[in-house]
Design a binder for this molecule. Structure first.
Ligand code: PLP
Length: 485
């Protein structure tokens, strides 16, 4: 079981005494801990510090901590056993009451899930599985272990990179179980515990988790609506000599930004000088908010191939349930990644690889439809928010699946806490940063069905009213539009 130390938790809790509900200190502490659990900053099954350690770290009495832990147990956010301490849990989310509306199907809870941004499978997936099933018999006489991936899928992925301006051969591709596995394998190969990893700030939370799990230290460089700040990135490379930079230049999660070509070129030069290897996460690269949009030229095409490794995925282009991703790197890196992977699993399922190869064969049509649908849904969510939550702001993303909303006040974690009782599951802004940043932000996916988005915004409005006390000032001035293109 993971363990949170007192000082670490004190840092995560920040200014909890002034942030919580009115009432005794133990109630405010319990509320602050609950929010950390709900919004994933304190992972489930993490052992909390002993009461004495926690009291010392926070500068409160042990009685306060004892009462706060008891309150967490009562609300289902902690459990304890004699001799094993207290650890984090989540209660079953109850079915919300009142109001008709669509529910996003979720195996474990009936809450409407806005914490994940993943579109449903396209209609073409069925046909792709049928094609895959027809191709499968040819593979059955073999053992079926494909630790580097099926040759036909590696070749198709390689061809796609070549067509995008990055000449690639099949042996430069390692098929993985999703982009997440690719990122984790690369961090294992490229970093040692204690190494620094440069990240955009905000960034994709599971990459931050993978960096933490490797024992590496993130070096966050702010990324705001103006885009990547090459000067700040260069200074960070010079000052901290990061071993690796984890970047999402294509429809960045969560900001939706696309890195312009001159920035790609300059950043490549900076990383080369700093001898920093870039892990470029292209999971969202096919999702320009423009039906005719073509995938941008790969970051890796701007410089030395072996200083840039690229991670791709079928999850957002097609479907997350396929669990197929890949790494594109030089041959030696692919070989070394395959060796590390052997201790984790023995390859990606053959049927899913065949299905992805079939989908890539019809990708242009499937993706054009997906991009058109996402653009419509982005417009819908923007219009709903403008109407129902006029104090919020969001820049129109260049692509991807989410709006990175500015709430106008630092209440993101509180909103996530309140949302549960409105049947919503949300990802709070601080999930996308380090050390509690982005409390004014909320990431909202527009990939859901239109009726679900409408329902979700009504629930959001109710949850926001509960945490903002109804004060929701309209920003942008008279005639101003809070949602700008
Ligand atoms: C930037 C980014 N990288 C990686 C992933 C994980 O992708 P996969 O499902 O292929 O593991 C996601 C999923 O949301 C993502 O947004």
């Amino acid at each position: 079981m993971r363990r949170a130390s007192g000082p670490h938790l004190a840092r995560l809790l920040g200014d909890w005494p002034s942030a919580g509900p009115p009432g005794p200190a133990y109630g405010r502490l319990a509320a602050a801990l609950r929010l950390l659990v709900l919004d994933g900053r304190l992972p489930l099954a993490t052992r909390l510090p002993g009461e004495r350690e926690m009291a010392a770290a926070l500068g409160v009495s042990r009685t306060t901590v004892t009462a706060a832990y008891a309150a967490l147990r009562d609300s289902g956010h902690a459990a304890s056993r004699q001799g094993s301490g207290t650890w984090t849990t989540v209660p079953d989310i109850e079915e919300p009451t009142g109001g008709p509306g669509a529910w996003s199907p979720s195996p474990r809870s009936r809450a409407l899930d806005l914490a994940h941004a993943s579109p449903a499978a396209p209609p073409a997936l069925r046909a792709a599985y049928e094609t895959a099933a027809q191709a499968l018999p040819a593979h059955l006489p073999g053992h079926g272990y494909e630790p580097v991936g099926l040759p036909e899928l590696r070749a198709t992925v390689a061809d796609r990179y070549t067509a995008r301006g990055l000449p690639t051969t099949p042996d430069q591709v390692l098929v993985t179980n999703g982009a997440q596995q690719g990122v984790s394998l690369l961090l294992t190969l490229l970093c040692d515990p204690g190494d620094r990893v440069l990240v955009d700030h905000p960034t994709y939370p599971n990459a931050l988790d993978a960096i933490a799990r490797r024992g590496a230290r993130p070096v966050p460089v702010p990324l705001d609506e103006a885009g990547w700040d090459v000067e700040a990135l260069t200074a960070a490379v010079r000052q901290t000599a990061p071993r690796v930079a984890y970047l999402i230049p294509d429809f960045h999660n969560p900001t939706g930004l696309l890195m312009p070509p001159p920035v790609r070129a300059e950043l490549t030069r900076t990383l080369t000088v700093g001898r920093t290897v870039a892990i470029v996460d292209e999971t969202l690269v096919e999702l320009a908010l423009d039906p005719g949009g073509v995938a941008p030229t790969p970051f890796a095409a701007y410089g030395e191939g072996n200083r840039v490794v690229t991670v791709g995925s079928a999850s957002k282009s097609f479907w997350g349930g396929l669990r197929v991703g890949w790494v594109r790197a030089d041959r030696d890196t692919v070989r070394r990644l395959a060796a590390i992977r052997a201790s984790l699993d023995a390859g990606t399922p053959v049927l899913e690889q065949l299905a992805v190869a079939a989908l890539l064969g019809v990708a242009d049509d499937v993706l054009a439809e997906r991009r058109g649908e996402l653009a419509d849904r982005c417009d819908l969510l923007t219009a709903l928010l403008r109407d129902r939550l006029p104090g919020w702001r969001a820049r129109r993303p260049d692509g991807g699946l989410v709006l990175w909303c500015d709430l106008g006040s630092p209440r993101s974690s509180a909103l996530v806490g309140a949302a549960g009782s409105h049947g919503l599951r949300l990802a709070a802004g601080p999930r996308f940063g380090v050390d509690g940043a982005f409390e004014r932000r909320l990431r909202l996916p527009y990939s859901l069905r239109p009726e679900t988005l409408t329902d979700a915004v009504e629930r959001l409005r109710a949850a926001w009213a509960a945490v903002s006390g109804g004060e929701d000032e309209v920003r942008g001035g008279p005639g101003g539009d809070a949602f700008v293109a």
